[in-house]
Design a protein around this ligand. Structure first.
Ligand code: HEC
Ligand code: HEC
Length: 297
């Protein structure tokens, strides 16, 4: 035990990292790179890394960190790749040598809590009443519930439908088709999926679904212009393709969302009010949805 502590401290000194004598710096790394998957009811192998208690409890296979013995701790083996699959599963990039040394030094030191051990996941900042909702308010929800799949090398490999929910730019991107139409929550597949209006409902590993407060917050974010963290509204994605399905609630509305149907719209299989339909449209300069195709499903 003393030898591995000395080795860990020596390595940490050599690469200039401070060996952690408290949980806080370890928690910060875990929060940034691990908690997106290792938290909540669907944590892989029941391993939660969002608090010191949870880390100590380990996975359904038992402890993953042995105080004083980092080299025989599954957590360190996963970080170095001596156990596979290497963690974080989203890597490369994997953790830097300095980050691994911080964690292994802390395990070598006996996994002390230190001063005021924090919970690794900070509570999401809630907007004050009347405050405009920005990406900073909704990003923690996407990080906790969505990014484990909707990222490169996530739980499903490539991001499903090529859709990444790991940053503002990709969340609102119009490159392929838009899933967030600023100002129009019901035209936004992202909101439709978390409300269960489009199927399959998200998160894909739910239930639990997002709670009402979270869904309302994301709806307000889109309604307020899908602003970035600095408060800049996303541009109207003129010409971008939109695709979603839902219930035809009027001529022509889907779940109350008005559609712009014209002579150029291709209408297939004679949809009637009450039917489930698939909508393909483009965003007009005024934000309207110019429907290119409407099809009964
Ligand atoms: C994209 C999701 C994802 C991320 C991010 C992630 N993991 Fe994992 N982790 C998994 C999955 C899935 C498994 C189960 C893989 C297996 O062993 O079959 C796993 C397994 C593990 C295990 C093995 C537990 C055991 O009992 O064998 C450890 C330890 C672990 N992860 C630590 C980490 C750490 C530390 C990080 C951050 C540096 C991290 N993981 C980031 C998905 C993830
Ligand atoms: C366990 C993996 C997983 C998680 C977690 C997850 N998704 Fe998905 N997501 C998928 C899969 C798989 C699909 C494709 C399903 C389909 O449409 O047939 C998908 C599709 C989507 C789509 C449709 C994309 C398109 O262009 O058609 C949106 C929007 C979406 N997810 C949003 C979310 C949001 C928001 C969350 C978090 C609240 C979330 N997802 C969590 C796996 C996941």
């Amino acid at each position: 035990m003393r030898r591995s502590l000395a080795v860990a401290l020596g390595l940490a000194a050599w690469i200039g990292a401070v060996p952690a004598a408290e949980f806080a710096p370890v928690a910060k790394i875990l929060a940034e790179r691990c908690v997106l998957c290792h938290s909540g009811p669907s944590a892989p192998l029941d391993l939660r890394l969002d608090s010191l208690e949870a880390l100590r409890a380990g996975s359904r296979n038992g402890p993953v960190a042995r105080p004083g013995d980092p080299d025989n701790s599954e957590l360190i083996r996963r970080l170095r790749g001596t156990s596979q699959p290497r963690m974080p599963m989203t890597g490369p990039p994997f953790l830097s040598e300095a980050e691994i040394a911080t964690i292994s030094g802390w395990i070598a030191a006996g996994m002390p809590a230190g001063e005021g051990a924090p919970a690794a996941t900070a509570e999401a900042p809630r907007p004050a009443p009347g405050e405009t909702v920005t990406y900073a308010h909704v990003a923690p929800i996407f990080a906790r519930r969505c990014a484990k799949c909707h990222t490169d090398n996530g739980l499903m490999g490539a991001p499903p439908e090529g859709y990444r929910l790991s940053a503002w730019a990709s969340t609102v991107s119009a490159a392929d088709r838009v899933r967030v139409v600023p100002g129009q929550p019901l035209a936004s597949e992202l909101l439709r999926r978390i409300r269960g209006l489009s199927r399959p409902r998200m998160p894909f590993d739910g239930p639990p679904w997002l709670d009402d407060a979270e869904v309302d917050l994301i709806e307000a974010w889109i309604r307020d212009g899908a602003r970035d963290a600095a408060g800049e509204p996303a541009p109207v994605p003129v010409g971008a393709r939109v695709r979603f399905e839902g219930q035809l609630t009027g001529q022509w509305t889907v779940d109350g969302q008005p559609l712009s149907v014209s002579a150029g719209t291709r209408i297939d299989k004679r949809p009637r009010i009450g039917d489930r339909v698939e909508v393909r449209a483009r965003v007009a300069p005024d934000g309207a949805l110019d429907v290119t195709r409407l099809r009964r499903r």
